[in-house]
Design a protein around this ligand. Structure first.
Ligand code: FAD
Length: 425
């Protein structure tokens, strides 16, 4: 009897889930992605994401060549320097922008929403929006049934939970492995770049800036300057391949990212108002304004101009280690498997790299290898949970406030900038 072809169910069309879908689709493996948000452009994905060489390699491998080249064309202009300021905007020191590895590989800077739209291009036929996963069930025949809040069910041979930091798949698969609060909080948001240019010194519009508040919090800002203007049209100097790729990329219609200054403010949770993660929009912007009211008026005013819809706050958390268990047809990918929030510049890259690797393993399973063996290989390649993130946050915070440029400013560039000079790799 010929076997039925393998079918993979992915929960979550985020960075990991969508990248996995590309890998599976190009390998000819059956896949359907179930995404909670109702439409492609929905969801709060306003933050900046740094793509390191691992993430870049995964994108290059998983995406069709034109789409990968479109990705590079959608990245922001890289920062020219990293400068540390006091809260009254006195320049303390300037150093080179972060790079990774001994050979100093460049990083790419993208908006989370732009990268999401990029990854959703070319897999439109396999993504179902408005499908909120609720739970799964293993069937006697070994297949997995996924249940959704609209009362529908889907059945497949493998279920991949790529449903992010608050993963329901994880809660069912690893009920004991919750999240640990590390005692730090980060608020983040963005301001239109033209508005920022009216307030800030010119150098702050060209590089990463770290502002050390005397009373505790640290602010990091970075300009995100793209090849399209505020109405979404290509800027006058964009020609050649970039212009051709960007003007034919259908995903641009769904992305409202424009030039902006991205910022994040972090410090021990005690410096923030109670339960900052529950504050949204204008309330959060006001709370951040309160924390910086004694700072230079330009900075205080800047934060007050933040786009309310893009402002959010998160406690620093890390997933607790999970007990070893036998591999089955249900597994996790990206933040669902191992979260560190806000991320030290690894989460998206780890999710993309694991997605590409898992697509290869599942292609082997589609060719006849036992599914459990493929999933076991995937799970042994994942980073161990329980990384001492509390210590990481304390070190980051101490370094951000240190007076010497020796190691201080580079990790101080904060969540999303893990890069350290002299790192191996
Ligand atoms: C402020 C900030 C800055 C960051 N900067 C960086 C950085 O510079 N570099 C870096 O590598 N990483 C960074 N990260 C981390 C990075 O964004 C995440 O690690 C990455 O997005 C994880 O990808 P994922 O696919 O696992 O999850 P996500 O991209 O979060 O995708 C999860 C998807 O699942 C969907 N979903 C959730 N629940 C359900 C459900 N029940 N049913 C169906 N669908 C569901 C969600 O809508 C979403 O589309 C940053 C994070 C933050 C908050």
């Amino acid at each position: 009897m010929p076997q039925k072809p393998l079918h993979v169910l992915i929960i979550g069309a985020g960075l990991g889930g969508a990248c996995l879908a590309h890998g599976l689709k190009s390998a000819g493996v059956g896949v359907t992605v179930y995404e909670r948000v109702a439409a492609r452009h929905e969801g709060a994905f306003g933050c900046r994401v740094t793509i390191d060489p691992d993430g870049d390699r995964a994108l290059r491998n998983a995406l069709p060549p034109d789409l990968y080249n479109t990705f590079t064309a959608t990245c922001a202009e890289p920062p020219r320097h990293l400068t540390v300021y006091s809260e009254v905007l006195e320049e303390l020191f300037t150093t080179a922008p972060p790079v990774v590895g001994r050979r100093g590989a460049a990083l790419r800077y993208t908006s989370h929403m732009t990268l999401r739209q990029l990854l959703l291009t070319g897999i439109e036929d396999v993504v179902r929006f408005g499908k909120e996963f609720v739970r799964y069930e293993r069937r006697p025949d070994g297949r997995i049934a996924a249940f959704f809040s609209d009362g529908t069910t889907a059945v497949g041979d493998v279920l991949v939970g790529a449903d992010g930091a608050d993963s329901r798949v994880r809660r069912q698969l690893l009920p004991q492995a919750g999240l640990q609060d590390c005692g730090f909080t980060t608020a983040y948001g963005k301001v239109d770049l033209l508005e920022a240019a009216r307030l800030l010194p010119w150098e702050m519009l060209r590089g990463i800036s770290v502002v050390r508040g005397a009373s505790g919090p640290v602010l990091v800002t970075q300009p995100m300057d793209f090849l399209w203007d505020s109405s979404g049209e290509l800027k006058g100097h964009v020609h050649g391949l970039d212009a051709a790729l960007l003007s034919t990329w259908a995903g641009r219609r769904h992305d409202d990212t424009r030039d902006h200054l991205t910022w994040w403010l972090f410090g021990p949770s005690g410096l923030f108002p109670a339960a900052p993660e529950r504050l949204r929009g204008a309330d959060l912007v006001e709370a951040v304004g309160g924390m910086t009211r004694h700072w230079d008026p330009a900075l205080h005013t800047l934060l007050g101009l933040s786009e309310p819809d893009a402002a959010a706050a998160t406690r620093a958390v890390v997933s607790r280690p999970a007990e070893p268990r036998e591999a089955t047809g249900v597994t996790l990918l990206g933040d669902a498997g191992h979260v560190r929030l806000p991320d030290p510049g690894e989460g998206a890259n780890a999710a993309l790299a694991a997605a590409w690797s898992l697509s290869g393993l599942l292609a082997e399973a589609a060719a006849g290898r036992p599914v459990a063996a493929a999933i076991r290989d995937h799970e042994t390649r994942l980073p161990a949970s329980g990384f001492d993130f509390s210590a990481y946050w304390k070190r980051l915070y101490r370094q951000a406030r240190a007076d010497t440029p020796v190691i201080g400013p580079v990790p101080a560039a904060g969540p999303g900038l893990r890069a350290v000079r002299g790192d191996s790799g």
